[in-house]
Write a protein that binds this ligand. Structure first.
Ligand code: GLY
Length: 331
């Protein structure tokens, strides 16, 4: 039930895509199929991460007959957490927030868009759009940085406050949260062709890019340097952002702006691919230096499965662009 359970099989699928090595596909399928029972899980909002990064990649690269139905069931389970009154999918059931929605939840909408196109029904598309719109309205500050957690009233649905859980403070910009926003709104534009989302994806990207340190890899929270000069970086946020910016760059008509986003993504990938961030033979991973949950002391300055997943995804995307293919091999 952990939100990260899809990333190991997902990384195996992406590595298979990059290498054609059948042993990787076998490993990917083995760990994908272990998630089968999760299609009926309704205990949190993470079904998109879990199932689309595993079954979604499997369906794309080496499908099995049950994959599609498992993904449709997963999207139904995810939507059981949608409240029409609030206009959002509820993220968590723990904690003392009345109706918490975290920015990470934008990522789970990709599963709904896919399912709406593949037999799950139009309502899944409508829920995904409503969630993206409500989040856009309330979860961002005037400078387009986001709150990690937006708290709503369970009964009448009004926005109560923006707070943090994994960031430095309620007012700070938690690096991975902003990365989820960049990726999330780019993906919602891809699925809807609604230019409001494209414009928003650019705005949330611009604040992130304008505040990056020199080596393009953010501190775990953009405000962390206020705390001390030795705060850890978060390579996972950089990998997620690089993958998203490669896609975003393909939706922008103005060629200077498109190159700007693409070049930023390439720079990030170059730094992530340099000895400073490569695990190579130091750890059983691709990347070093990510932060999972600083406030709880979990995975601080560590290698993490989702940093590797989005790094591989970004490399696949860059390869496709260099080969003059569409950035995504869409499902
Ligand atoms: N979705 C949880 C995290 O980004 O840490």
């Amino acid at each position: 039930t952990d939100w990260t359970s899809g990333f190991y099989p997902g990384s195996m699928w992406l590595a298979y895509e990059l290498t054609g090595d059948e042993a990787l596909a076998k490993e990917a399928r083995k760990y994908t199929n272990r998630l089968q029972d999760m299609q009926y899980y309704t205990g949190n909002h993470d079904l998109g991460f879990m199932m689309f990064c595993s079954y979604g990649q499997g369906l794309r690269l080496k499908p099995e007959p049950a994959d599609s139905l498992i993904l449709v069931h997963s999207s139904e389970s995810l939507c059981s957490r949608f409240s029409p009154k609030v206009g959002l999918i509820r993220s968590w059931d723990f904690g003392d927030w009345s109706y918490p929605v975290i920015i990470d939840n934008m990522m789970n909408l990709e599963l709904l868009f896919w399912a709406a196109r593949n037999g799950g029904g139009r309502y899944l598309y409508d829920i995904a759009c409503k969630h993206a719109e409500t989040t856009m309205k309330h979860q961002f500050r005037k400078d387009y940085s986001c709150y990690h957690v937006a708290v709503y009233d369970t009964l009448d649905g009004h926005f109560m406050k923006g707070v943090t859980h994994q960031g430095l403070s309620d007012d700070s910009m938690w690096a991975r949260g902003q990365a989820w926003a960049i990726y999330g709104y780019t993906m919602v534009y891809r699925e809807t062709h609604d230019v409001r989302f494209l414009d928003f994806a650019r705005k949330v990207s611009d604040v992130y890019l304008s505040r990056l340190p020199e080596d393009m890899i953010p501190y775990w929270d953009f405000n962390a340097p206020e705390l001390s000069s030795g705060e850890p970086k978060d390579a996972s946020a950089a990998a997620i952002t690089a993958s998203a910016l490669l896609e975003l760059s393909t939706y922008i008509n103005d060629s200077d702006s498109a190159s700007f986003y693409r070049n930023k993504a390439v720079e990030m990938l170059q730094i992530l691919s340099s000895p400073a961030y490569q695990a190579r033979n130091k750890k059983d991973a691709f990347l070093l230096h990510s932060v999972g949950h600083m406030n709880k002391g979990w995975e601080v300055d560590a290698s993490i499965s989702y940093a590797d997943y989005y790094y591989l995804e970004a490399l696949v995307r860059l390869k496709r662009l260099k080969e003059k293919q569409s950035v995504l091999a869409n499902l």
